[in-house]
Design a protein around this ligand. Structure first.
Ligand SMILES: NC(=O)c1ccc[n+]([C@@H]2O[C@H](COP(=O)([O-])OP(=O)(O)OC[C@H]3O[C@@H](n4cnc5c(N)ncnc54)[C@H](OP(=O)(O)O)[C@@H]3O)[C@@H](O)[C@H]2O)c1
Length: 288
């Protein structure tokens, strides 16, 4: 793909979107970002991207953004939006583009997430029914989910209270997810692939906090708390109740058996997946 190719990124101002936009721009692709009007995070987007304002809840507002695209880097904001308009959005992408990369979840890979819960599996199924060359990135948790620990660590905090400290994930650098997605959209050979995208190592939640503490050069202790208390706090901070419960039940499962992992980042991008320590080093100021 090159300047004659136009790629649209949805969910563009979140954790992953700006990294995907930046990497696409480096590939000399014309990049469009689909952004909510008055999005406070629009300044996360790098220079050179075309910004198209609209709302995934309103498919008509998608028309300008999707017109003439050759590819889409599709992310769906499940936390804040139902999938009611997803069929119309996918249809509009199919009418214009040849390729689509969808950021899905490990939950689909391991069969934990059914189609009927209106989340990643549902959108995968919509895409499978199209004529698009689709690639699914079934990702484990992003390294940046550890930002959730920051309020308890910042400013000298010395204990992180959350359930299931022994839950062991294979979390992945969001920049590596972006890199796999960008390769899938700009290079041949990725159509029809359902990639499990993970980081390079198994690490418990407690282990993540230990690494942050080591880098800060001070003690930070982990304290397991009851799931119900954490669930209430998560819902209070905007998590849909079923997602909060699902995530915590999954962590409970991961205390007994670590999350699955893969070598997909290395295989697709030609370089090793980045460790949690390297992510924490990049973002250490958030925890100071
Ligand atoms: N985080 C993980 O561990 C994880 C794991 C597996 C899969 N995923 C998938 O990865 C995707 C990207 O994750 P992320 O952490 O980058 O997401 P995120 O930070 O929550 O970003 C969501 C993005 O969607 C935008 N958005 C929200 N409602 C919208 C609407 N109605 N119309 C258009 N845009 C809207 C948000 O804009 P505002 O900022 O203005 O709200 C933001 O740019 C997620 O959608 C999820 O499905 C994530």
């Amino acid at each position: 793909m090159s300047k004659s190719c136009v790629v649209l990124v949805t969910g563009a101002t979140g954790n992953l979107g700006p990294l995907a936009v930046a990497q696409l721009l480096k590939k000399d692709v014309v990049v469009r970002a689909f952004v909510l009007k008055d999005d406070p995070n629009v300044d996360r987007l790098p220079e050179g991207v075309e910004i198209h304002y609209g709302d995934l809840a309103d498919p008509d507002s998608f028309d300008d953004a999707v017109d003439g695209i050759s590819g889409a880097f599709l992310m769906w904001p499940f936390f804040t939006l139902s999938v009611d308009t997803a069929p119309a959005i996918v249809e509009k992408i199919e009418a214009q583009a040849r390729r689509v990369t969808f950021v899905s979840s490990v939950g689909v890979h391991i069969g934990l997430e059914p189609v009927d819960n209106n989340c990643h599996a549902y959108i995968e199924q919509l895409l499978e029914k199209t004529s698009l060359d689709w690639t699914f990135l079934r990702t484990t948790g992003f390294h940046c989910n550890a930002l959730g620990f920051a309020p308890q660590i910042r400013g000298g905090g010395d204990v992180v209270r959350f359930p299931h400290g022994a839950a062991t994930r294979t979390s992945v650098h969001e920049g590596d997810v972006a890199a796999v997605g960008v390769a899938a959209i700009t290079e041949d050979g990725h159509a029809g692939k359902k990639y499990l995208v993970s980081g390079p190592e198994e690490l418990s939640q407690r282990g993540q906090v230990q690494i942050i503490a080591d880098l800060l050069g001070r003690e930070v202790r982990w304290e397991d708390i009851e799931q119900e208390a954490a669930q209430q706090a998560m819902v209070g901070s905007g998590w849909p109740p079923s997602y909060a419960q699902g995530a915590l039940d999954y962590f409970a499962m991961l205390t007994k058996e670590p999350e699955v992992g893969s070598n997909v980042v290395q295989e697709v991008t030609g370089r090793p997946a980045r460790t949690f320590r390297s992510w924490a080093t990049e973002h250490l100021d958030v925890f100071r």
